[in-house]
Design a protein around this ligand. Structure first.
Ligand code: GDP
Ligand code: MG
Length: 177
C-alpha cells in the first residue's frame, strides 16, 4: 500500500526581461490572472502569484515584472536575486527586440544570473503572424546555441501560456529537487 506524502509547496521566483513593449507585463498578467488588457498593464504591486500543481509538489510562482528596467544597464541585481527562472522575451514582429535579446543574453552570462537559473527564451505576439520578422526557427536556433529553452507565446490569445508555465514548473522542480 502506498502512503501519500504531504504535498510540499516550493516558492519560485520568476523574473521577466526584455525590451520595452514586447509584452512582459501582458505575460505576467496572463500567468497571474489569465487576463489580457490592450492598454499597457504595468503591474502595480511588486509581483503576481500563481500556483502550479505537479504530481508530487506544488509551486507557488512569484512573477516579477520589471518596473521600467528595460535595458540591461538599468536592471538592478536585486531584481534577479534568488530568481529560479528568468524569461527573456522578444516580439516576433520586431526584429530589433530579438537582436536586443541576444545582447542581453551576453550580459546575463557575464554577470547577473547564476547557472542554476532556468532561462527561457520567449517569442511573444505569436498571433501577429502577418507581421512576423523573426522565424520560429531563428528563435529555436538561438536557444539551442545558448542551451536555453524556447517557446513562442501570445499573451493576447493566451496561446501556449499555460503550457509554458507547466513546462517551466517541471524544469524548475528538477533544478530545485
Ligand atoms: P512590456 O513593455 O514588455 O511590459 O509590454 P506590454 O505588456 O506593456 O505590452 C506592450 C504592448 O503590446 C501592449 O499594447 C500590449 O497590449 C501588446 N501585447 C502584449 N502581448 C501581446 C501579444 O501577445 N499579442 C499582441 N498582438 N499584442 C500584445
Ligand atoms: Mg511592462
Amino acid at each position: 500500500a502506498s502512503r501519500r506524502r504531504p504535498v510540499q509547496t516550493l516558492r519560485v521566483k520568476m523574473v521577466l526581461l526584455g525590451s520595452s513593449g514586447v509584452g512582459k507585463s501582458s505575460l505576467a498578467l496572463r500567468f497571474g490572472k489569465d487576463q489580457f488588457r490592450s492598454t499597457s498593464p504595468t503591474v502595480g504591486c511588486a509581483y503576481l502569484t500563481r500556483m502550479v500543481h505537479l504530481s508530487d509538489v506544488s509551486l507557488r510562482f512569484e512573477i516579477w515584472d520589471t518596473a521600467g528596467q528595460e535595458t540591461y544597464h538599468s536592471v538592478t541585481p536585486l531584481y534577479y536575486r534568488g530568481a529560479h527562472t528568468a524569461l527573456l522575451v522578444y516580439d516576433i514582429s520586431r526584429r530589433e527586440t530579438f537582436v536586443r535579446a541576444q545582447l542581453w543574453l551576453k550580459e546575463l552570462e557575464k554577470q547577473y544570473i547564476p547557472g542554476s537559473t532556468v532561462i527561457w527564451l520567449i517569442g511573444n505576439k505569436g498571433d501577429l503572424s502577418e507581421d512576423r520578422q523573426v522565424t520560429e526557427q531563428e528563435g529555436r536556433i538561438l536557444a539551442d546555441e545558448r542551451n536555453l529553452f524556447f517557446t513562442e507565446t501570445s499573451a493576447l490569445s493566451g496561446d501556449q501560456v499555460t503550457e509554458l508555465l507547466l513546462m517551466i514548473a517541471h524544469r524548475v522542480n528538477e533544478h530545485m529537487g
